[in-house]
Design a protein around this ligand. Structure first.
Ligand code: GLU
Length: 466
């Protein structure tokens, strides 16, 4: 099997969101199909104004949390400026790049002509490269790549297939800015080449860049990597997935109590299906085994938060859901206090509620009532006279339960209902209301277990007191 070298190359101009995580995930999976393949991480911080350390930290922490570990050291683009400049210099020497001193006004005018289709070619500068004085300058110029105008360029993309672009459509883009700092366009190619990246998998918003970047590889006589451009993810309204659709940043999802398995499961099914299986749930090991990037759909996929909730509920109910819940609590000041106070109660709450929750933060408010040491029943609510007529007898029976477990509690309740010919809701709903101030919720035996005998009796006794 070919040794593949893939990479994820985010710009630290924002937090890692679902779209970026999907790109990272697919690069990771492709690299994991063979033990000698590699997955690299590079921080592309050539945009000095918009790049921030906090975003780099967020990207790294998000990838670590998702379990998408990279090979070797993280490459930081800004630390390799000298190397990028050296390549630009070589291209200048070989006359495959040229110095350009065009004024802002001239460039704006040229762009206008291009926009209005008055120029057949997209090239911005036609004069500087033939001017010896300009080409001999030592400063005060940008460096542009001399992309040809004639012919077409065909690229075979794993997902998009064969795509041709006329060279007239490609611009003579900038490699070095006026201050001689390299642009993304140059740095990305040099860094990928130097890392030995031979498979570039990224969003299809970069597809046109591939045609431009191709010429740097070609002029440097470097091997051109294989490409796979993935369609972007859209929200349910058909527009590009963004904050407007809900939490899209990975660590925000984590803080809301989404599990990484659910996020990964959801992301991998965007444009791909695991044909062998009827079930949609699939974990990383199986994804690595079955995923083929060539089967990824060419059309954009819709991200559904309902689906994410479905997967999250599925993984919360699995065996290690409880561990996920406990570590979620440990990372939250408020929840951690409850955990320190009574871990068993917290575990019981999770086990009782897990089938009904979408994310762990759904429990934040529900937990409070079970830990309320000054709990007061709602005395303004009028309960039925039928309930009042049997309440004391029921409470006495409950007090008599010596072995406080679900089975004995359930038996006492069932016998009581049967012997007195009472329908369950007539007893259950008001008892639930007295215990947790809500008519809706878990079965009353579950609530008894969570509260424990003493608290259950104390809370119910407040009603007897009237
Ligand atoms: N740094 C680019 C971005 O975050 C990605 C570059 C690439 O994948 O080639 O959009």
């Amino acid at each position: 099997m070919t040794v593949l070298k893939t990479r994820f190359a985010p710009s630290p101009t924002g937090n890692l969101h679902l779209g970026g995580a999907r790109t990272a995930l697919i690069n990771y999976i492709v690299s994991k199909k063979s033990s000698s393949s590699k997955f690299y991480l590079r921080i592309e911080d050539t945009d000095h104004e918009r790049s921030k350390q906090e975003y780099t930290d967020n990207i790294i922490n998000s990838l670590r949390w998702l379990g998408l570990d990279w090979d070797e050291e993280i490459q930081v683009q800004s630390k390799r400026l000298a190397r990028h400049q050296k390549v630009a210099k070589e291209l200048l020497q070989k006359k495959q790049a040229f110095k350009c001193v065009c004024s802002e006004e001239k460039i704006a005018h040229q762009r206008k002509l291009i926009r209005e289709n008055k120029n057949s070619s997209k090239k911005i500068c036609n004069d500087c490269k033939n001017n010896k004085d300009i080409q001999n300058k030592d400063e005060g110029f940008v460096v542009r790549l001399d992309v040809p105008d004639e012919g077409n360029l065909k690229i075979n993309d794993t997902i998009q297939g064969d795509v041709s672009v006329a060279n007239l459509e490609l611009d003579d883009f900038i490699l070095l800015r006026k201050d001689q700092s390299p642009t993304y366009m140059l740095s990305v190619v040099v860094d990928d080449h130097d890392l030995g990246v031979n498979y570039i998998i990224r969003g299809d918003d970069h597809f046109i860049n591939t045609f431009r970047q191709y010429y740097i590889y070609k002029f440097m006589n470097w091997n051109v990597p294989q490409y796979a451009h993935m369609p972007l993810i859209h929200g349910e309204d058909g527009t590009k997935l963004s904050k407007r659709h809900g939490a899209v940043n990975i660590l925000d999802l984590k803080n809301n109590g989404y599990l990484k398995e659910a996020i990964i499961n959801n992301l991998i099914l965007l444009g791909w299906s695991n044909n062998n299986e009827k079930s949609e749930t699939i974990e990383l090991d199986e994804i690595i085994e079955n995923f083929e990037i060539s089967n990824l759909s060419k059309s954009s996929s819709i991200f559904s938060f309902d689906k994410l909730d479905f997967f999250n509920n599925f993984y919360l109910r699995k065996e290690n859901g409880i561990e996920e819940f406990l570590s979620f609590c440990e990372s939250d000041v408020e929840l951690n206090k409850y955990l320190q106070k009574d871990k068993t109660k917290m575990k019981n709450i999770f086990n009782v509620y897990k089938k009904d929750i979408k994310k762990l933060s759904d429990l934040n408010n529900l937990i409070k009532v079970y830990f309320d040491e000054n709990y007061k029943i709602n005395k303004t609510e009028k309960l039925t006279s039928e309930f009042d007529s049997f309440f004391n007898e029921f409470l006495n029976l409950i007090e008599g339960i010596s072995d406080w477990n679900r089975d004995s509690i359930q038996n006492v309740i069932n016998d009581f209902l049967k012997n007195n010919e009472i329908k369950f809701p007539v007893l259950g709903k008001p008892i639930r209301f007295l215990l947790i101030n809500s008519y809706q919720g878990p079965s009353i035996s579950d609530i008894f277990i969570i509260l424990g005998k003493k608290d259950t009796i104390d809370r119910l006794n407040q009603y007897r007191g009237d």
